[in-house]
Write a protein that binds this ligand. Structure first.
Ligand code: PMP
Length: 338
């Protein structure tokens, strides 16, 4: 929304690459080809990929912008909208990079505590955003690391009530049980972020996308580096979009495994938070964490305020069995000593 745009960006013009047919191309200081096609710059705005995404989402391609992971897109929103000293509000705990990006962009970051880390008090949050005069609000749905899914009515209420740009980070949305491909109806102040890193299992290609109205996309384009999504990534992204069955199959496996792991942990007296994502969040003994570590089975352990909490990414059935095996061994050993 222009109202929230940084003053300098209001008059900045986006770098424009004009694709023309050619016989000889000597206009971009590119080199001599030695790996097929890679001497050329990629398409600047990833047109083909955006068209395919637009079709799948039922949107227009000018409502989509691609980035080098959704991480880049979070930063681009800040580059466009956040003046030095202005506030970014989210809840707590959540994805830690929001704070880091805010600080890098000279902003102030504030987090509103979730109730017992399990529930968002929507009215309290809206009031908090007003009090803090936040310019950007970040909602992560489902949340990382807790797995909390905020109901759509609550999200809509927040978007409508705050005087700020809202980033709705849906990095894990495909693992939730709601409508899979529903993109939120348009709100002028809403920017939705998604990624190929989680449900699409392509963290290695670094690809994320933003969906918003054409105006917002045009503003963000002004602060995007030219050619920000490389040619190999564009190719792989397109391939993935045309191969949705693999993704759907993997999502089903992860959802089933998530419930199997939940039941296993509960059986061992560990109570994971309810999760609509591809991970479980829980508190347990250091002993279990270290036993996993000693077996070279990595799970995420948190520090600071989240000391004692762990996040287990749901893997393949075999990978998850490795976790089960280690935890069972620890418990059997403990029972022997009783
Ligand atoms: N948003 C959330 C909530 C995340 O958890 C992550 C990665 N952990 C990202 C964004 C960034 O993902 P990527 O840059 O790989 O798209």
């Amino acid at each position: 929304m222009e109202k929230y745009l940084r003053e300098e960006i209001k008059s900045l013009v986006a770098y424009e690459v004009i694709d023309r047919d050619y016989k000889v191309k000597l206009d971009a200081n590119e080199g001599i080809e030695w790996i097929k096609g890679l001497n050329r710059y990629p398409g600047d705005r990833s047109d083909e990929l955006r068209e395919e995404l637009a079709e799948q989402l039922g949107r227009n391609k000018d409502e989509i912008l691609l980035g080098n992971g959704s991480s880049e897109l979070i930063e681009l929103v800040m580059k466009a909208y956040l003046e030095a000293g202005e506030t970014v509000a989210s809840f707590s705990p959540t994805f830690s990079m929001y704070r880091n990006f805010t600080i890098m962009h000279k902003g102030k970051y504030v987090g509103y505590p979730l109730e017992n880390m399990k529930k968002l008090n929507v009215d309290g949050f809206v009031e908090f955003v007003h009090e803090e005069k936040a310019k950007i609000v970040i909602l992560t749905n489902p949340n990382n690391p807790t797995g909390l899914l905020i109901p759509k009515e609550d999200i809509v209420k927040i978007i409508k009530s705050v005087d700020a740009m809202v980033i709705l980070d849906e990095a894990y949305i495909e693992f939730s049980d709601g409508p899979q491909n529903e993109t939120m109806e348009e709100f002028e102040n809403l920017i939705i972020l998604r990624t190929f890193s989680k449900a699409m299992s392509l963290a290695g290609i670094r690809l994320g996308y933003m969906v918003s109205n054409e105006k917002n996309i045009e503003y963000i384009n002004r602060v995007r580096s030219p050619f920000n999504v490389n040619m190999l990534t564009q190719e792989m992204g397109l391939k993935a979009l045309k191969n949705r069955e693999t993704t759907s199959k993997n999502i089903e496996i992860i959802k089933k495994e998530r419930e199997r792991m939940r039941e296993f942990l509960q059986g061992k007296g560990i109570e994971p938070f309810s999760s609509a994502a591809n991970f479980l969040f829980f508190t347990t003994s250091k002993e279990i964490f270290h036993a996993l570590e000693d077996s070279a089975v990595l799970i995420k352990g948190f520090s600071g305020e989240l000391e004692g909490y762990y996040r287990l990414t749901i893997g393949t059935p075999e990978e998850n069995n490795s976790v089960i095996k280690v935890i069972e061994e620890v418990q059997n050993k403990n029972n022997e000593y009783k």
